[in-house]
Design a binder for this molecule. Structure first.
Ligand code: G3I
Length: 357
């Protein structure tokens, strides 16, 4: 472990400029990226933000929106398209906040990643606590997918159709109400319905903890093969890539993505952040920032190494709005910018790596 860390720091010393690289000029991440690769960010709102001492970020923070427009060519609603947010009553949909993000994206030449249609978390009480027959539950999911995907037809580049459907042992998550009640076959139906509702959207499997080879990746690979053999419209596999410097940098990620590329699928990085244990001062050391930059670069390099990896998204770009300190006490500083949008070494490393790609 110590050896691995020293190797990381040695690489960091070579790769991480202490100051902005002169050649970076005024380029943004989206400008520096190769044309085929979308560089994205989650759009802050809903979820943990609701309990924070600041107004709803996306509609209220102009400086935030300016950076979002300048730096990114793809946006992912962080919570605004999740069931509890967009479908608060059985016959009630709440599209306003997600519509605003989709309109913003259009205005700024960005694509949108839709997140998410079939998940065990952030479902409304009317769904999780209601009493439904199997047939009703199936109709509820079908109607949700046709309504939401249909509402944004032609305006979403990629949908995370199935999110986090396997646990760490590669078994279907029984917390997912649809999988538990209707069986795993419902996953194929969700893809079929999403495709009917928007034939142009690329439809993805998405999960965390799939940055290394292992049983969870194997489970997704087997499922992908099974779906493709049954001619289910599956188009991609994505790693969320929520990383921590407590664990090693994912240096086998390219190999994982390549297995899915070999099946003819797109791949993507959808929620990248790299958290760290904060010192008592609350301010990361230069060494910690250098290590973090190496992790970000490791993930970008993996995506760049795989032909069909066409989307590279950060789960937020500023610590100001990151979910990390809310979920992991004493950890934080996980994004590429400080609260005031000042850029960290990780930002410059991504910029330089994209410019060279
Ligand atoms: O549902 C409870 C509610 O009953 C309670 O009154 C309230 C009080 O705090 O909390 C509510 O839960 C919140 C939840 O969103 C639902 O809105 C949590 O506190 C809040 O922390 C949570 O945050 C979101 C989280 O997903 C939920 O899993 C984050 O904003 C969002 O960034 C995060 O995003 C997920 C991706 O969608 C999927 N991959 C992992 C990623 C990070 O967790």
């Amino acid at each position: 472990m110590r050896k691995a860390l020293l190797a990381v720091l040695a690489t960091a010393a070579v790769l991480i400029p202490a100051t902005p690289p002169a050649q970076a000029g005024d380029r943004s991440l989206r400008d520096a990226a190769p044309r085929y690769l979308r560089i994205g960010s989650a759009v802050a709102g809903g979820g943990h933000h609701v309990d924070q001492p600041y107004p709803d970020p996306f509609p209220n923070d102009r400086a935030y929106r300016k950076v979002l427009a300048r730096e990114f060519s793809s946006v992912s609603p962080e919570n605004q398209m999740k069931w509890e947010f967009i479908h608060p009553g059985r016959y009630e949909y709440h599209f306003g906040p997600a519509d605003a993000i989709v309109a913003f994206a259009r205005k700024n030449g960005q694509v949108v990643r839709g997140h998410t249609l079939l998940w065990h978390s952030q479902n409304p009480d009317w769904l999780t606590e209601g009493t439904f027959t199997k047939a009703e539950l199936r109709t509820i999911l079908r109607d949700h997918i046709f309504t939401v995907v249909g509402h944004y037809r032609g305006r979403i580049q990629q949908w995370d159709v199935a999110n986090e459907i396997f646990n760490e042992n590669g078994e279907y998550r029984q917390e997912n109400i649809f999988i538990r009640e209707l069986g795993p076959g419902i996953v194929a139906d969700a893809f079929r319905w999403a495709h009917q509702a928007d034939p142009r959207a690329q439809l993805f499997l998405n999960d965390y903890g799939v940055d290394w080879p292992g049983v969870k990746v194997d489970a997704y690979h087997a499922l992908a093969q099974q779906l493709l053999a049954a001619r289910v419209p599956l188009h991609g596999f994505a790693s969320q890539a929520h990383l921590s410097t407590r664990y090693g940098a994912p240096d086998q990620l390219a190999g994982v993505l390549q297995r899915f590329d070999d099946l003819g699928l797109h791949t993507a990085i959808t929620e990248l952040d790299v958290r760290m244990d904060l010192p008592a001062t609350g301010v990361p050391t230069a060494e910690q920032l250098a290590t973090q930059a190496v992790y970000y670069k490791t993930v970008l390099d993996a995506c760049l190494a795989v032909d069909g990896c066409n989307s590279f998204t950060l789960w937020g770009f500023t610590d100001k709005y990151s979910w990390v300190p809310v979920f992991f006490p004493a950890e934080g500083a996980a994004t590429v910018m400080w609260d005031d949008f000042g850029k960290k070494p990780a930002y410059y490393t991504l910029l330089r790596t994209l410019a060279r790609a």
